[in-house]
Design a binder for this molecule. Structure first.
Ligand code: SAM
Length: 262
């Protein structure tokens, strides 16, 4: 078993919850509010692109199935889920018995789901966990290969403008690097919009204020996770207001791409 898989199997079997797949250690209440922001923005940005089309969808790195549920809400014709871990695939099969789930390491050469292709694919908070650059490039190629011509890919990344940020489990690559890789696979950027401003780490910002505010927030929530039930609802409307007006965010952003028809 790969080292990455061992890590994710352990992490998800210790906490198969929004805290396990979200910002680990900040507690379920704050993570639930983060996921409320994600839900609102995912639905409002994807609805105009897929409504009435009943797309065949693949979700990659499904975790607890948060985006599987969102695609069902959007009226997908079929939803197939996948994850690196047997832990997630087993739990997802119990939670959504009518859907198909596959164990898939997106970064492996030629990774596919039963040789199928899809109208839309989501890879949400997954790609920055692929720390090896060659594997990352392969993951992008695999995503493009599973899309039908004209199909949509939606992903989240930090798209940093400065130097890439590397840690043991996460690499925030630059906007330029990611744009280069997706274009090389025949994917055109439809839109890139912020998801978080104050409720997630400011990976793409030098602002001392943002960095120290986030530092204080994470320290407080780590000590007292219940505070998330107070801080979350206060920040939620602020995040949504900023996300609908500001074009460049300091943190995670959502990118929608389309595979060219050629
Ligand atoms: C941060 S969680 C996000 C889960 C879900 N997409 C969400 O947003 O709630 C990352 C997920 O990606 C999965 N994952 C990590 N590396 C992967 C890979 N190379 N191929 C497929 N899935 C992977 C993990 O097992 C985990 O479930």
């Amino acid at each position: 078993m790969s080292e990455e898989r061992t890590y994710w199997e352990g992490r998800l079997s210790d906490a198969y919850s929004l805290d396990g797949v979200g910002w680990q250690g900040l507690g379920e209440p704050f993570n639930r509010w983060m996921y409320r922001v994600r839900r609102r923005l995912f639905l409002s940005r994807l609805r105009p692109l897929v409504e009435g089309r009943a797309p065949d969808v693949l979700d990659v790195g499904s975790g607890t199935g948060f985006y599987v549920e969102r695609w069902l809400e959007l009226g997908a014709g079929s939803v197939t889920g996948s994850d690196l871990t047997e832990t997630a695939v087993g739990r997802l099969g119990e939670r959504f018995p009518a859907l198909d789930f596959h164990r898939l390491d997106l970064s492996e050469p030629g990774a596919r789901v039963d040789g199928r292709d899809f109208d839309a694919i989501s890879a949400m908070d997954v790609l920055f966990h692929i720390t090896d650059d060659a594997k990352y490039e392969r993951a992008i190629a695999n995503l493009a290969a599973m899309l039908r011509p004209g199909g949509l890919l939606v992903l989240t990344e930090n798209f940093v403008h400065g130097e890439p940020l590397r840690s043991e489990r996460q690499v925030s690559r630059t906007l330029a690097t990611i744009e280069g890789l997706v274009r090389a696979q025949g994917l055109e950027v439809v839109e890139r919009r912020p998801v978080f401003f104050l409720m997630n780490g400011p990976a793409d910002s030098d602002s001392r204020v943002l960095r120290s505010t986030w530092g204080l927030t994470t320290r407080a929530l780590t000590r007292r996770p219940a505070l998330g039930g107070v801080v979350g609802p206060l920040l939620y409307p602020v995040e949504l207001a900023l996300a609908s007006t500001v074009r460049e965010g300091p943190s995670t952003e959502m990118m929608v791409l389309r595979r060219s028809r050629r």
